[in-house]
Design a protein around this ligand. Structure first.
Ligand code: PMP
Length: 421
């Protein structure tokens, strides 16, 4: 039995002082009941929950852990900069150096604005596109996540119809539907907002069709709208460039966050020269957006991105994981879908509408010291080793066996019943 008394105690206390016991994407509300809510430390590819249980972590903090948790060189850069002054009356020269380095790495980018969360960057992208075009309407793919601000919030509570005005939706990778959405925007199209791939929760991930990406580019060019790629989640796990460079399409704006300072708080909007005037005209800011320490961490992370084989290493491990899981799932007779790039996998079982198989299997993995997610895409990090992948495969083999023994008698997952509606 895994110890969980500290986690349970913290949950009880949190219920009194934190709305819902925990808010946002790090709430365990929609995870199996035995998943820990609280953690105490992390190093490399591993984290320890509040009760001290060690876990090989395939969530990587929902993306920010790229090079390994508590990476010595990146954290040294952070700490030593922090000791010299972090939030000050103005930025340090690191902001210029980081803008130079980042724009050199990302083909379409000529300038950068730094902020804190991915949602800041997507919001600035929207404002820049509206300022650039003098128009209001944005085309988005149905189900794509761009943050939690009212304009893109995924729940209706606390959001007005006006917050969500001037939006037209299309189906990802469906060119006819993209064209129809652009036509519906008429002469008011400010931007097409594109996810680098379909990485929505609860459903198979889908890579971008290059023809769809090219059509989005053409439609922006013919209407004068800006093409935005939201690389907050996928950035640096598909390419050392904007993720759509892999399909040969350059956007005008790209939003970045999560991992480019390996977990330290910084995000960015990168843009092409044509949108620079508009970006200079909008007012966007935050008390902590000029912090020097996350910029020092970002410079060290980007150096590693440029100078090491971190991406090829993660791809090799991802392939080993994908092939190994496919083999083990087939041997135990389960239809087990693994979608998305190998560095950002998502697992779903066939014939599992309320995820009862996925929940049971994920809990079995957790019992064996491996943290996987039953309905959100996961992330590999560069600190993982072939031995880590083999540990995950061993755990998976046993978990498939355990699932097979139980499959006929699994209870419905009440918290997932909304999926059946
Ligand atoms: N865009 C995408 C594609 C994301 O995945 C996320 C976060 N999961 C965001 C934007 C928002 O980022 P943040 O939570 O840092 O505001």
């Amino acid at each position: 039995m895994r110890a969980n008394s500290r986690d349970r105690d913290l949950r009880d206390r949190a219920a009194a002082v934190i709305p819902g016991g925990m808010f946002g994407h790090q709430s365990t509300r929609l995870l199996p009941d035995d998943y820990p809510q609280f953690f105490s430390r992390a190093k490399g590819a591993r984290l320890w929950d509040a009760d001290g249980n060690e876990l090989l972590d395939f969530m990587c903090a929902y993306g920010p852990n790229l090079m390994g948790y508590a990476d010595d060189a990146i954290d040294d850069a952070y700490v030593s900069r922090m000791r010299q002054g972090d939030t000050m009356t103005g930025p340090t020269g690191l902001i210029v150096e980081l803008a130079e380095q980042f724009t050199r790495m990302v083909t379409h980018a000529d300038w950068a604005i730094f902020c804190k969360n991915g949602g800041d960057a997507t919001q600035i992208a929207l404002m820049t596109a509206r300022a650039h075009t003098g128009r209001k309407t944005v085309v988005l793919a149905k189900g794509a996540y761009h943050g939690a601000a009212p304009w893109c919030a995924t729940r209706p509570n606390g959001v007005t119809p006006e917050d969500k005005a001037n939006q037209v939706f299309c189906v990802y990778n469906d060119i006819a539907s993209l064209e129809a959405a652009v036509a519906a925007a008429g002469d008011d199209l400010a931007a097409i907002f594109a996810a680098p791939m379909k990485h929505d929760a609860f459903t198979d991930q889908v890579l971008p069709d290059p023809a769809y990406a090219r059509r989005a580019r053409e439609l922006c060019d013919s209407t004068g709208a800006l093409l935005v790629v939201d690389d907050v989640r996928a950035g640096l796990r598909i390419a050392r460039d904007c993720s759509w460079s892999a399909v040969g399409v350059q956007p005008d704006l790209s939003s970045w966050g999560k991992c480019f300072a390996n977990g330290h708080p910084i995000s960015a909007l990168l843009g092409a020269n044509k949108a620079k005037r508009a970006a200079a005209q909008i007012f966007t800011t935050g008390s902590f957006w000029y912090q020097a320490a996350p910029m020092a961490a970002a410079l060290e992370t980007l150096r590693r991105v440029r100078e090491t084989d971190y991406l090829e290493h993660m791809e090799g491990l991802g392939t080993r994981l994908r092939d190994g899981l496919a083999e083990r799932a087939a041997a135990s007779g389960f239809g087990f879908r693994q979608t998305g790039p190998v560095t950002m996998p998502l697992f779903l079982f066939d014939e599992d509408p309320d995820l009862r198989k996925g929940f049971f299997w994920s809990s079995q993995m957790l019992k064996r010291g491996v943290y996987v997610h039953p309905w959100h895409n996961m992330f590999l990090c560069a600190a993982m080793t072939p031995a880590d992948i083999d540990q995950a495969l061993d755990a998976a083999e046993d978990s498939f066996v355990a699932l097979k023994a139980q499959a006929g008698s699994l209870e419905p997952v009440a918290k997932m019943s909304f999926l059946l509606a």
